[in-house]
Design a protein around this ligand. Structure first.
Ligand code: SF4
Ligand code: SF4
Length: 555
């Protein structure tokens, strides 16, 4: 380990170059141009690990760019990233054969002032998350932020009181599978920092380590959804029929059918991209109970539904990927039990790492950017008093739209998880009136029930993974660990038929000589589903060396 005098030291170290972290970096440079700000990102390039639907409520981004980039509206990046403004916003309900547009119900709920009414998207932008991230990264670099891609962080070093962070430790590079140093070995650098912003996205490794080390607590366990998405090039006729300014959200089949099941939380999406591309995806609550279910099964069924098929039949999948979404809402935000701070001392948690997704809107990108901005403001205001920064950040969040939204959606996801979509959706209207209640963790929900709508043909995970362009250096220690293979053999396989082999979207897990193993770690999409869905909490995901993982370009 290096002597502390040898540390590289920066003013602000941001872990994760997603929209929340980059919003922080940009705003910091606007507020304090002389401050040295560094962003470390495990993806090989900006945007490579960023995937979402995505619908962007643009106000926080506009506010940020107005303060940072004069004339940004006219830039080629702005014209490219914000090309698809949503004019047509459909909410559908599917049965196996039929489809009904139920957007009138959302409008009615809005008129009544009910939470559901938030689920409108007109005036938002249908964006590529990877492209948005790349654009924000370029702006940050132009302002003087040091953005280091291909550098994975594995630990946060706190002082003795565990109230302040001193540094962040990066992952070693150049170890072989047995963790022996190879000739190209580079020791993981320790980067000292006056302030640390944790912006790793959903279920960030460093964030979870920090929560544990610093004694932060969630009032309710975090809940997750798994999203699988394909970007499909369709014909001009299909694209024109769908229209370039439209987003569709679909509930019901194939993850929820009233009375006869299945009954899972989530739905399908079709979003217009550019140049005859449509984003088609399926988002499923990770509290699904079917042991043989894989969100890709639902994606296949969704794509085969008559309503969806008309727009994509004969199209070509050009990119694909998977990611989790934090859905636990207000009560799952990690806080300091002593003062409620979303962080501690000089460490702030932003974006999906904090869980700022508003499930009533099914959107969180705007909150991520907003929280990044608030983090920057808090640092600028407390630059000489870093012990107070997390608390100031929390005050700013509490006074912002982020907290308002999170509070309005409290309990929503838990109610639907507890009572199922049929009863839970109507009951969720009362969500804000109910006291906090928690439900079991996602991984505890698995049962011996089968998914009734399992497609006959096995999903082609190899092609899916190839479309994510994922790669890792083969000769490195596996970043996936099964803690106790005995549990697999004696408990899980007999009860649930080794579900990690089924639900991992990249086919990482396989039976090798009668023992389940993460046999193909280099296929991993970094979605972390296995860590949260293994029914015995028996898998640990650690960070592989930087540069690995998917290489999303337009997801
Ligand atoms: Fe089951 Fe988890 Fe073992 Fe896979 S790793 S077989 S999901 S216990
Ligand atoms: Fe996702 Fe785990 Fe599979 Fe990697 S191994 S793709 S993190 S489920």
């Amino acid at each position: 380990m290096q002597n502390s005098k040898d540390y590289k030291k920066v003013g602000v170290l941001i872990v994760g170059a997603g929209p929340a972290g980059l919003a922080s970096a940009i705003k910091l440079k606007v507020e304090m141009p002389q401050l040295d700000v560094c962003v470390v990102e495990k993806g090989a390039d900006l945007g490579n690990h960023n995937l979402s639907g995505a619908v962007l409520e643009a106000e926080p981004l506009h506010t940020l760019l107005d303060s940072a980039v004069p004339g940004w509206h006219d830039s080629d990046d702005a014209k490219d990233v914000l090309a698809s403004k949503v004019e047509k916003d459909d909410v559908m309900f599917f049965t196996k054969k039929l489809s009904f547009n139920i957007f009138f119900a959302i409008k009615f709920a809005r008129w009544l002032g009910l939470g559901f009414g938030q689920m409108t998207h007109k005036g938002d932008y249908s964006v590529s998350m990877s492209k948005l991230t790349k654009w924000m990264g370029r702006i940050a670099k132009d302002l003087g932020v040091e953005v280091l891609t291909g550098f994975a962080a594995e630990d946060i070093i706190l002082d003795k009181s565990a109230r302040m962070a001193r540094a962040v430790k990066l992952v070693h590079q150049g170890l072989d599978k047995e963790a022996n140093k190879q000739p190209n070995f580079i020791e993981g650098e320790i980067i000292g920092a006056d302030f640390v912003v944790l912006a790793e996205g959903c279920d960030g490794l460093l964030t979870e380590k920090f929560i544990e080390k610093a004694g932060l607590e969630r009032q309710a366990p975090q809940m997750y959804s798994v999203g699988v998405k394909e970007l499909i090039k369709v014909s001009v006729e299909q694209y024109d029929k769908f229209t370039s300014e439209r987003v569709v959200h679909a509930m019901g089949y194939p993850i929820w059918t009233p009375f006869i099941g299945p009954g899972m939380f989530g739905g399908g999406i079709i979003y217009a991209g550019q140049q005859e591309h449509l984003s088609v995806g399926m988002i499923v609550g990770a509290d699904w109970k079917y042991f043989d279910f894989n969100p890709q099964d639902a994606l296949v069924n969704f794509k085969n539904h008559k309503f969806v098929k008309q727009f994509i039949d004969g199209g070509t999948v050009v990119e694909a990927g998977a990611k989790m979404i934090p859905e636990g809402g207000y009560y799952a935000i990690p806080r300091d039990p002593q003062n409620g701070a979303i962080g501690k001392g000089n460490v702030l948690i932003v974006g999906d790492s904090a869980g700022f997704v508003n499930m009533l809107k099914i959107k969180g990108l705007h909150n991520g950017i907003d929280s990044g901005i608030q983090a920057a403001r808090a640092i600028a205001e407390t630059i000489k008093k870093p012990k107070e920064t997390a608390l100031r950040y929390t005050e700013l969040i509490d006074g912002s739209n982020v907290a308002q939204e999170m509070w309005s959606a409290r309990n929503f996801r838990q109610i639907v998880g507890k009572f199922g979509p049929l009863q839970g959706m109507p009951l969720s209207v009362l969500g804000a009136l109910l006291p906090k209640f928690t439900i079991e963790r996602d991984y505890e929900a698995m049962t011996s029930l089968r998914y009734r709508l399992k497609p006959k043909q096995e999903f082609d995970k190899d092609s899916f993974t190839a479309m994510a362009a994922t790669q890792h250096r083969e000769e490195q220690p596996s970043h996936l660990t099964i803690l106790d293979s005995n549990i697999c053999q004696t408990k899980c396989t007999p009860s649930f038929d080794t579900p990690c082999i089924t639900f991992c979207p990249a086919g990482v897990y396989e039976m090798v000589h009668d023992e389940v193993k993460p046999a193909n770690p280099s296929n991993c999409l970094h979605c972390k589903t296995c860590q949260r869905k293994c029914p015995f909490d028996n898998i640990r995901w650690t960070v592989p060396e930087g540069d690995g993982g998917p290489r999303y370009k337009r997801m």
